[in-house]
Ligand binder design. Structure first.
Ligand SMILES: NC(=O)c1ccc[n+]([C@@H]2O[C@H](COP(=O)([O-])OP(=O)(O)OC[C@H]3O[C@@H](n4cnc5c(N)ncnc54)[C@H](OP(=O)(O)O)[C@@H]3O)[C@@H](O)[C@H]2O)c1
Length: 332
């Protein structure tokens, strides 16, 4: 059996392009004692991978040139010499952009394909769902009656944030990059309102109109001018969860925004960045709650699926450009 892999070929300056990646074909390796071989079914492409393509002091764990791109996958165990992970079982893990991966089980989660489709372990019942859960409830401290604004509202994390906020009784306003995305979050996900930032002149005016009682919680996936527009509208003791800043990930020079921090003084607001990993010891409990809501039909995430490992670079680039509604996956 051959293993097709996508490795990092070059470090991008600005927006990544397909030539920054290379498709390699290598023979698969038999598992040694304690190891098992996973055949990938779905690969997740995520914004954090853009940071891993850089090699600069402020970036953690860069992928080396020639190394398989980092990434979470779900797949089936096809050969095993590890009794805890027998052949035929489905698992998720950080297996990278490749068709087959060897593992010893570290960080690998067993999946029950009868409980939910295995691809959900890469979004609503996986890292993006957990990010939404802890970011909204622990960092954002959202409560019933709050007005919650979500940027990147139609993506993998944002879709779940909005639905969770509705489930606990908040008013939810989403910001996303197309009219179709706004229709989706309002009609399918139950957001109260939203606007397309690509066709809106004044983000401040659009938010003020949709948040007549101000903003209690801001879940920030994007940063930049959308976030600048939120600050003046924050209520007393508001919480801002800094989850992502995708508008800055491809910036060659960091842009200098308006200096709006005085709003935080007047509003006694709390702004806190977080990584989902900070909550690792609580994953199990959160996943069982998310799974319950998913099985009750109260929580879901649309998928945009691109076929073939050879198209993973394109899928990643398109996700960074906003082509996805919900979670961008690559089907292997
Ligand atoms: N803190 C953590 O532990 C953690 C964990 C997971 C994810 N994150 C962060 O959460 C954010 C969302 O991640 P995700 O996996 O759910 O990705 P996603 O939202 O499914 O996909 C990325 C989306 O970003 C939007 N975007 C791209 N460029 C933008 C820009 N200049 N301004 C505004 N929006 C832009 C695009 O949608 P539009 O069409 O709306 O532009 C695109 O669909 C990312 O910033 C990611 O880094 C953080």
């Amino acid at each position: 059996m051959n293993n097709r892999q996508i490795v990092l070929a070059a470090r991008p300056t600005g927006f990544p392009c397909e030539t920054d990646f290379e498709l390699l074909e290598t023979p698969t390796v038999e598992p040694a004692d304690g190891q098992f071989l996973v055949k990938t079914s779905y690969l997740s492409v995520d914004p954090y991978m853009r940071g891993r393509m850089n090699d600069a002091p402020s970036y953690a764990d860069p992928v080396a040139i020639g190394q398989v791109m980092v990434g979470a996958c779900v797949g089936q165990i096809v050969q095993s010499r590890n009794a805890r992970f027998p052949e035929g079982h489905y698992v998720s893990g950080m297996f990278g952009w490749q068709e087959y991966a060897l593992s010893e089980g570290e960080g690998v989660r067993r999946l029950d394909p009868d409980a939910a489709p295995i691809s959900t372990a890469l979004h609503v019942l996986g890292m993006p769902g957990l990010t939404a859960y802890f970011g909204l409830l622990d960092i954002g401290q959202a409560e019933a009656g709050d007005t919650v604004v979500v940027s990147g509202a139609a993506g993998a994390v944002g879709s779940v944030v909005g639905q969770l906020a509705k489930l606990i009784g908040c008013r939810v306003v989403g910001v996303a990059g197309s009219d179709e995305k706004i229709r989706h979050i309002v009609t399918d996900l139950g957001y109260d309102a939203g606007f397309n930032y690509k066709t809106t002149d004044s983000y401040y005016a659009a938010l003020k109109e949709r948040c007549p009682n101000g903003i209690d919680v801001y879940f920030d996936n994007v940063g930049g001018p959308i976030t600048d527009a939120v600050f003046p509208l924050l209520n007393q003791s508001a919480h801002v969860a800094i989850c992502g800043q995708i508008s800055q990930y491809n910036a060659v020079e960091v842009s200098q925004g308006p200096r709006l921090l005085w709003h935080l003084i007047v509003k006694r607001a709390t702004v806190r960045g977080f990584l989902v990993l900070d909550f690792a010891e609580h994953y199990r409990k959160a996943l069982s709650q998310l799974t319950r809501w998913y099985r009750e039909g109260k929580l879901n995430c649309r998928e945009r699926v691109t076929d073939g490992i050879e198209n993973a670079p394109r899928a990643f680039i398109e996700m960074m450009q906003g082509a996805n509604i919900g979670k961008q996956l690559v089907k292997i």
